[in-house]
Structures are given as C-alpha cells and as structure tokens.
Design a binder for this molecule. Structure first.
Ligand code: ATP
Length: 201
C-alpha cells in the first residue's frame, strides 16, 4: 500500500497534514499516537471509509479493516455473522475463519448472539471478520482492546504468522507496548508520521 500526501481536516481542525506511508508485504508495522492524534482518521482513509481532502492511497489487492468501533448486529449469532461475510467476500467455506476462531479461543461461542457476547469476545469476532478472507493488507485499529493477557499474546502470534506468510500488517494503538514485535514503528504527531525513535520516546 502506498500513501502519499494525505491531508484531512474536520472543519478548522487539521488532523492529517501530509502523511506518507508505504506498507510492504511481509512487514509488521505500527503507528502510535496520543488520543485524538488522528490514527482512526488515517485508517478510515486507508480503508476507503473516509475520503481524504488531499493525497492518494494505492493498494494492489484485497485488504482487511478492523475498525476501532465494533460493528456487529446484536441480533445475529457469531455463525450468522461469519456466513454473512462469507457471502460478501465470496468465500468457498469458513475454514480460515474457523482457524482464526480457534487461535483466539472462541469457537465455543458460534451459536451465541453478538448482543450477549463480552466486550473481548465481540472484539475477537470483529478481528475474525477482518481477517477471514485472508487479505494481503491488514489495517487493525486498536485490535486487542478488551483482550485478556493470553488472548493478547495469541493476537501477536497471529499477526507475526500473517507477516511471515507475506501479508502487510499495520497495527494502530495509543500505547507503544511490545514494540520489539514490530518491524517498523511510527508516531503520528501533529498530523504527520515520524519514525518512533526520532520522536525521542
Ligand atoms: N467525524 C468527526 N467530526 C469532527 N471531528 C472529528 C471526527 N472524527 C474525529 N474527529 C476529531 O479528529 C481528531 C482525531 O480523531 P481520531 O479519532 O482520528 O484520533 P485517534 O488518534 O484515533 O484517537 P484515539 O486514540 O482517542 O482513538 C480528534 O480531535 C477528534 O475529535
């Protein structure tokens, strides 16, 4: 994915002031920034959910987007969500989705309605829906929010496996935990991306 010169403002509030970013296959990348720095705005633009006022986003293939806010239908079961997305992604089966559910340890919830799931389990479903079509580029906005420690570690193992399989994985967070797991890390500060090290953190 190649991003050049992204600029975006909400009214008079400049949020992105010229963001350039290259996401390479087989790289696990991170972006950190304070609350309100513009991380979700950037990911929404990369995912095509929001149109930037200036700049370009180019990507060669399919991508997966895990938004910060979980978008589920409370009346549908976990399995019904998977079937809905299977149809949308035109997948032959749910094999990959079931593997991810197994890694995240929530296969036992397949017949539960989303409305009764715990926050962490809703997030597991959110992440599974973003990954189940095996996208080449993964855009993950605070993907481990609500995860317990064990699930958090499993998430990173999964992210590393996807990277090793040649996917581009971008993880956005307000906290720079576990930065040694990343191949590269930027800080979104004052509307531009800086290498994390040069930010002096
Ligand atoms: N739809 C909107 N209309 C107006 N302002 C917005 C809108 N969405 C975001 N903002 C503002 O833009 C700024 C960046 O918001 P954004 O959600 O991108 O930040 P963030 O880095 O993801 O924050 P957090 O870490 O708290 O999730 C904030 O000041 C926010 O209030």
């Amino acid at each position: 994915m190649e991003v050049r010169g992204l600029r975006h403002a909400y009214g008079r509030r400049d949020v992105l002031r010229g963001v350039d970013l290259d996401l390479q296959p087989g790289r696990l990348s991170g972006i950190v920034g304070e609350n309100g720095a513009g991380k979700s705005t950037l990911l929404k633009i990369l995912a095509g959910e929001l149109r930037a006022q200036r700049g370009t986003v180019r990507h060669p293939g399919r991508f997966g987007y895990c938004p910060q806010e979980v978008v589920l239908n409370d009346a549908l079961t976990v399995r019904q969500h998977l079937l809905y997305f299977k149809a949308a992604f035109q997948l032959p089966d749910l094999e990959h989705a079931e593997e991810i559910m197994d890694v995240l340890r929530f296969s036992g919830y397949a017949d539960d309605r989303a409305g009764v799931l715990s926050g962490g389990t809703r997030q597991k479903l959110n992440l599974t829906l973003a990954l189940m079509h095996d996208p080449q580029v993964l855009l993950l906005d605070e993907p481990y929010q609500g995860f317990d420690w064990d699930t958090y570690r499993r998430f990173w193992d999964l992210a590393a496996r996807l990277r090793d399989a040649g996917r581009s994985v971008l993880v956005v967070s307000h906290l720079a935990y576990d930065i040694e797991r990343l191949d590269e890390l930027w800080r979104l500060d004052c509307g531009v991306l800086q290498p994390y090290e040069t930010a002096g953190a």
